[in-house]
Design a protein around this ligand. Structure first.
Ligand code: SF4
Length: 99
């Protein structure tokens, strides 16, 4: 099983390494959720759906890119990179600079 580790601190180099590069433009083609029900990935789908979505994300080969995009764009809805909106909120640049 693929393991996924969040950056120890959102301000460190880890997030910088996760930035999208021109090569990463097609990362969605490898998304683990590509063949899944998109409704699983939205919070209002319920706890069971979120649990299933996170299981898909855990094995996703592009989870780091997915999370990096969500953080960069400060996406407020849905599960990205295996994290609910409230679980990645502290990673958003605006939140980090306010802390
Ligand atoms: S990490 Fe992102 S791309 Fe991968 S399965 Fe989860 S939501 Fe989809």
């Amino acid at each position: 099983m693929k393991t996924f580790t969040l950056p120890a601190h959102p301000g460190d180099d880890a997030l910088a390494r996760l930035e999208c590069s021109p090569v990463a433009e097609h990362w969605t083609a490898r998304a683990g959720c590509a063949q899944s029900d998109p409704d699983l990935f939205f919070h209002d789908a319920g706890h069971s759906a979120a649990h299933r979505a996170k299981a898909i994300c855990r094995d996703c080969p592009v989870a780091e890119q997915c999370l990096a995009v969500a953080v960069r764009l400060e996406v407020r809805h849905g599960i990205w990179g295996g994290l609910l909106p409230e679980e990645r909120r502290h990673l958003y640049p605006a939140t980090r600079s306010a802390a």
